[in-house]
Ligand binder design. Sequence first.
Ligand SMILES: [Zn+2]
Length: 106
Amino acid sequence: MTEDSLFARCIALGHSPLLNERQIGWSGRWTLMGDFMVCSQCLAAQAIDRAHHPFPHLPDCVAIPHARSPWHELQRLLNQIPPLRGCETEELINSKGASPDGNQAG
Ligand SMILES: [Zn+2]
């Protein structure tokens, strides 16, 4: 599979009815590095606090027609994660020794 066809496949997966496939499509097009989102095609980066601006692809990037707001695309994907079952969400989040302020206990 060439790099171009791999990118095209990731674009197609982004329209899948399956959440798993949409996530695979997203992760084939973007990489998170610390607080930066990096385009897999042009390697341009955008910090999370710049997410309200269009993504700064390089001028000839093939991804330009497909994505100008990858942070919000990721946000939409994460909002589709199925809810926890069988226990209270807050209880599970705090069950690993984290205090309510996010610090690890002990
Ligand atoms: Zn790009």
